[in-house]
Write a protein that binds this ligand. Structure first.
Ligand SMILES: CC(C)(COP(=O)(O)OP(=O)(O)OC[C@H]1O[C@@H](n2cnc3c(N)ncnc32)[C@H](O)[C@@H]1OP(=O)(O)O)[C@@H](O)C(=O)NCCC(=O)NCCS
Length: 157
C-alpha cells in the first residue's frame, strides 16, 4: 500500500482551458454524472470557492464550496479523491486542511450532504468532526435521501 503522500491544498480562482479540461476529467472519474462539468466549474471558481488537493503538483482531489444565506455558514459539494489515491489518508488530510483554510477566512461552519449508504463518505466525515444536523428525504429525487451534516470551523492557526 502507498504511504500517506504529501498533500497540498489551494484555491483555484480561474481555469485556463487545459486546467478546465483536467478538472472536468478528474471529476468524471471520481463522481461520474454528478461531477461539476465545464459549465459549472468556472462559475464556482469565479463566484464561489473551488479547491484542489495536489500531490507532486498533480491534482488528486477537489471540493466546491458556496456561501450560505446563514451568516458564517458554507456548503461543500463534489468532494472527492481520485481513485488511485484513496484509502491512504488523502481525504482526511484534504478535509483537515480545507477546514483550516476556511476557518481562517472567518467562516464558522461547514455544511455538506451525505449519502448514508456511502460507507467511505460516512467514515470520512465522522473522523473529520461532522455531525448529522438534519434529514433530507428525497433530496435528489424519489428515494434518493441525504443527511445534512455540519462541522465547526475555527480561526486557530
Ligand atoms: C469518500 C472519499 C473522499 C474518501 O477518500 P480517501 O482518501 O479514500 O479517505 P481516507 O483514506 O482519508 O479515509 C478516511 C476514513 O474513511 C475510511 N474509508 C475510506 N474509504 C473507505 C471505504 N471504501 N469503505 C470504508 N471506509 C473507508 C478510512 O478507513 C478512514 O477511516 P479511519 O479514519 O477510521 O481510518 C473517496 O472515497 C471518494 O472520493 N469517493 C467518491 C466521492 C465521494 O463519495 N465523496 C464524498 C461524499 S460526497
Amino acid at each position: 500500500m502507498m504511504a500517506s503522500p504529501l498533500l497540498t491544498v489551494r484555491r483555484l480562482t480561474c481555469l485556463p482551458p487545459e486546467l478546465l479540461q483536467e478538472m472536468e476529467r478528474c471529476g468524471m472519474e471520481s463522481l461520474g454524472e454528478s461531477a461539476p462539468n465545464r459549465w459549472m466549474l468556472p462559475v464556482i471558481a469565479s463566484w464561489g470557492l473551488l479547491y484542489v488537493a495536489s500531490v507532486d503538483n498533480k491534482i488528486i482531489g477537489s471540493a466546491q464550496i458556496m456561501r450560505c444565506m446563514e451568516a458564517g455558514d458554507l456548503y461543500m459539494d463534489a468532494f472527492y479523491i481520485q481513485p488511485g489515491y484513496r484509502r491512504v489518508g488523502c481525504g482526511k488530510k484534504f478535509l483537515f486542511l480545507l477546514k483550516k483554510q476556511l476557518g481562517q477566512l472567518g467562516f464558522m461552519r461547514l455544511l455538506a450532504t451525505m449519502d448514508p449508504n456511502n460507507g467511505a463518505g460516512v467514515r470520512l466525515y465522522a473522523t473529520a468532526g461532522f455531525e448529522v444536523v438534519d434529514n433530507l428525504p428525497d433530496y435528489y429525487g424519489k428515494g434518493c435521501h441525504r443527511l445534512l451534516i455540519a462541522a465547526p470551523l475555527s480561526r486557530k492557526r
